[in-house]
Write a protein that binds this ligand. Structure first.
Ligand SMILES: [Mg+2]
Length: 219
């Protein structure tokens, strides 16, 4: 394979050492979205319905939620080992580094700033003028059609798919895999992900150290 021109990382469980930036907020408010997730995976909820249902669960616990409360929920989160160094070395090698996440924009933005990614896109929230959380979320990255964001990235960079590597940890991240490109599974935790990666016949790195990706990214 030629050296990549662009590497697109998922955020939660890849650059960030967290299961899900949505789950972090659920843990903060003591709510649980397992039932919603099951319905979503079964195709009974759209991304935007799923987000609105999540927000409704939090508001049932805490009717007024401020942007600062959301930031506070993320205060304990940290980067995956090797994240900063890997992104820095990719950029030094002339590789465009993007984050394509179906997670929460407030969080993904802070991870992007920490690792100094070139570009990021994620889902998120609407707040009113005083910073209070509104009832509907913002869908920018449909979690089962992440190729929509990847394709946009390729178009903007004028990058052939053969020179793109995507890295993700979940079965839904396989939707980052546009034809001709390379997808690498990193640190799969859920059984569904392990099974989906095995069935897809892709390279899987079972590690929580991003340095283990280096040989696969031309470093
Ligand atoms: Mg993930």
């Amino acid at each position: 394979m030629d050296k990549p021109l662009c590497v697109a990382f998922d955020c939660d469980g890849v650059l960030a050492d967290s299961i899900s930036s949505w789950k972090t907020i659920h843990d903060h408010f003591g709510t649980d979205s397992k039932d919603l997730l099951q319905k979503f995976m079964a195709g009974e909820l759209t991304d935007s319905e799923f987000m609105a249902a999540d927000i409704a669960l939090w508001k049932a616990k805490s009717p007024k939620i401020h942007r600062d409360d959301i930031f506070r929920a993320y205060s304990g989160c940290k980067l995956m080992k090797g994240a900063k160094e890997l992104v820095a070395d990719l950029k030094a090698a002339g590789v465009h580094v993007a984050i394509v996440s179906a997670g929460v924009d407030l969080y993904v933005q802070s991870i992007a700033a920490l690792v100094k990614a070139d570009d990021w896109i994620a889902n998120g929230f609407n707040f009113d003028d005083e910073g209070w959380l509104m009832d509907d979320g913002v869908v920018r990255v449909p979690s089962m059609q992440k190729y929509t964001s990847i394709q946009k990235l390729l178009d903007i960079l004028d990058c052939p798919p053969e020179r793109l590597v995507s890295v993700g940890d979940s079965s839904m991240d396989l939707s980052m895999h546009v034809e001709g490109s390379t997808f690498i599974g990193f640190n799969p935790q859920r059984e569904v992900a392990k099974t989906a990666f095995a069935e897809a016949g892709i390279t899987v790195i079972n590690s929580k150290d991003l340095n283990d990706l280096r040989p696969h990214l031309g470093l």
